[in-house]
Design a binder for this molecule. Sequence first.
Ligand SMILES: [Zn+2]
Length: 422
Amino acid sequence: MKTFRLTMKYLVLLLVAVLLCSYLFLADESTNDKAQRIHEGVLTLDTHVDINPKDFTRKRHLGMSLNADVDLLKMKEGGLDAAFFIVYVGQGDLSPEAYTKANLKAQLKFDAIHRMTQTLNHDLIVLARTPKEVRAIHAAGKKVAIIGVENAYPLGTDINNLDGYFDQGARYISLVHNGHNQFGDSNYPKGDDPISKHHGVTELGKQLIARANQLGVMVDISHASKKTALHTLALSQAPVIASHSSVAMLHAHTRNVDDDVLMAIKRNNGVIHVVAFRSYLKPTAGKKLEAINVLAKKYKLPQGSFWEEGDRVFSAIRKLPAAQRLAYFNEFRQIVKTYEHASIQDLVDHIDYVVEKIGIEHVGISSDFGGGGGVTGWEDASKTLNVTAELIKRGYSETDIENIWSGNLLRVWEDVISYANK
Ligand SMILES: [Zn+2]
């Protein structure tokens, strides 16, 4: 009997030891390995990556290790599976000549993306035109390129030009960028423009939204004024996206959306892709502008930052000799790095806010890499795993993370296509 009790005691001890070991093993899995496993298992999609056509040539392309936030090697290293590459053209005059020029600029970017997927890097990355294609390309082990248009300005005044962009692969379009235009008001008026010029979307803007709905192009409210955003959400018959905007309640920047817009996105069944853009996530240290002004003096430029002052400062910078201009931007970037401190934690704070306010089915992630985006911890595409790791720390499940990274956007896109097919 005594021996039996002793054996039982050892057996219980052994059982406890086994349980403890497996607990420790699982606990270890729940940190780095879990992040790695979940990150590899989900389809990660970034809705905003700016491009420079100079990175899409035989001599210099995304298949090489570039001094850029995104190249295909960094996407592989960071497990970033899909990205909207952006056809962006800055706002200019509202004249036929200027529209033609802007359209040529847009064409250079369409051509660059097509060169990447058709010749330069066709073995690594494929252009997707539907959510189904996104999933199929990903399943085949290749990276996915999708095209988004930032600023409808180059379309000019003929809405049918959108059909041409659609044929070339454009699957989302924002009405405006910095500066009001023929389609509506921007969050950022240029020159002498009043804060609100059209009080939302113009007649031409309404036609554009209607045509986008008919074609199956997602309408993007990023860079729109609040009125334009709400107006767009009311006009669109299909769900709308904010491709790269954050939350105004956490940082009152005009590029961010407030609760009224968030609630409208919820009602519209749309999605907001919170953006890893330092100055939208967190107020910057007060000394930043001081440092920028010291720099401006050094280069004999007008006072102020070109982000806030726009054209007035920017046109002066453009007049600098090339070498000086490059040196200026290098120093400017250094200032931004020194005074803007947003991190992945700040980014995920904005995600948490959207989830609590309007639900997890309405949030996604974007970097704005190549356009000033990137935060501490997610400095370039090679660090994308860190975002998933932070989401896990906050308690999001694998399904949640899949939906945040791509499921929500693909659902919205499918809805937009269903509406177009009706
Ligand atoms: Zn932008």
